[in-house]
Design a protein around this ligand. Structure first.
Ligand SMILES: Nc1ncnc2c1ncn2[C@@H]1O[C@H](COP(=O)(O)OP(=O)(O)O)[C@@H](O)[C@H]1O
Ligand SMILES: N[C@@H](CCC(=O)OP(=O)(O)O)C(=O)O
Length: 365
């Protein structure tokens, strides 16, 4: 069997009960299936929610807290309880977990993003099971992943996973919320995520989960754009994950093997970088970038906005608006000089690097 790299995301509702405790039997079922997947030769990374849901009762909250400080305090307590339970269950199979807590900030800095990749792959090479969660206790609302569905999709892209499996409390995507409408029908396969599907998935489900099905579909859309196919559903027993990767899972399959993986530089530019300025390009340059897959040369730029350095990311605007983002090989000052020299019909100073944005550091929008 071909070795696959699989990210499994488990939602709060599939790990805890509504009273705020870890459901050990659900957890042991997940671990048995992860052990089975690994014993079949596959690499597995786990993205586990449940810190807030497992911790809130210990702090005396009657239900999942809604304030930021309440969620952060509950996560601090719950995360350690979760890892303790994972440790106990994994030791039965001789597996060692590694707790990996990530914030959005870690991904927005390129060196930290690269480092996350190196650390995760090192853990996999050494047969450790990474158990990833957002570092809720220090994340602030303005700068979070939104939810763990999105975190799992970004991690899947980062480590070039073959498949993302989102385990939840419902066996797939329905054409309407089945908890509200009994006539809802399950969809077995979605080639892509459309607006229509996102609209069909409104409303959160459980008392402990966060984003509901809609957030899973938004995350799936991101995963597909990074070349990772997705499964959303549930299952029981030690074979559930093997069944899922063999196409026999109880849920919805999204995307196909025909997806192409996106290199890490492009992923970072597209999803994590902070834009520092703008370039405005003429029709010829727009055509070269968008249709021909060429690099951007200085000659096609007629306006530069913002102050940026070599290596920063800028937005590029064509005739009708934004066309993409890329990493520049010139500073804004150098580019402004080139444009001024051209306008004054001076000979443009020779420059060692020709491209302003190399095609490998460019993403279309
Ligand atoms: N169209 C839909 N198909 C399936 N589930 C839906 C749909 N619309 C809303 N939902 C709700 O989404 C819930 C799953 O999301 P959530 O509770 O956040 O799970 P998790 O804790 O696993 O992240 C389901 O229980 C269901 O009630
Ligand atoms: N990081 C949070 C989970 C947030 C989240 O997305 O939860 P869920 O919708 O259950 O996957 C926690 O561990 O409680």
């Amino acid at each position: 069997m071909e070795k696959k790299r699989i990210v499994v995301k488990i939602g709060s509702s599939s790990l805890t009960d509504s009273k705020g405790a870890i459901d050990q039997s659900k957890l042991s079922d997940h671990i048995a299936s992860i052990a089975n997947l690994r014993n079949s030769g596959h690499e597995v990374l786990l993205v586990s929610s449940g810190a807030v849901a497992a911790g809130f009762a210990k702090l005396g909250y009657p239900t999942r807290p809604v304030t930021l400080k309440g969620k952060q305090a509950a996560a601090a307590v719950g995360q350690s309880l979760l890892i303790q339970s994972y440790n106990e269950q994994l030791s039965k199979y001789g597996m060692v977990p590694a707790q990996v807590l990530i914030t959005r900030n870690d991904f927005s800095k390129r060196d930290r993003y690269r480092n996350a990749y190196s650390t995760l792959t090192e853990l996999l090479e050494r047969n450790i099971l990474p158990i990833i969660n957002e570092n809720d206790t220090v994340s602030v609302e303005e700068l979070t992943f939104g939810d763990n569905d999105m975190l799992s999709s970004l991690v899947s892209g980062l480590i070039h996973a073959d498949q993302l499996i989102i385990l939840t409390d419902i066996n797939g995507v329905y054409d309407k919320n089945p908890k509200e409408d009994q006539s809802a029908k399950r969809i077995d396969y979605l080639p892509e995520i459309t607006e229509e599907w996102k609209n069909a998935a409104k409303g959160t489900g459980s008392k402990v989960g966060t984003g509901g099905m809609k957030s899973k579909l938004i995350a799936a859309e991101t995963a597909l754009s990074l070349g990772v196919k997705v499964f959303i559903g549930k299952g029981t027993g030690e074979n559930k994950l093997i069944d899922i990767i063999e196409g026999k899972g109880d849920g919805t399959y999204i995307g196909s093997d025909a997806l192409t993986s996106i290199n890490s530089n492009r992923q970072w530019i597209a999803l994590h970088s902070t834009v520092q300025g703008s370039l405005y390009v003429d029709e010829g340059a727009e055509m070269a970038l968008v249709n021909n897959g060429s690099s951007l040369l200085p000659a096609g730029i007629y306006k530069v906005e913002g102050i940026f350095e070599k290596g920063n990311v800028v937005e590029v605007f064509g005739i009708n608006g934004i066309i993409g983002k890329g990493e520049v090989l010139y500073s804004s000052e150098e580019l402004k000089n080139i444009i001024t020299q051209r306008a004054e019909e001076k000979r443009i100073e020779k420059h060692p690097k020709l491209e302003v944005i190399h095609r490998d550091r460019w993403v279309k929008i």
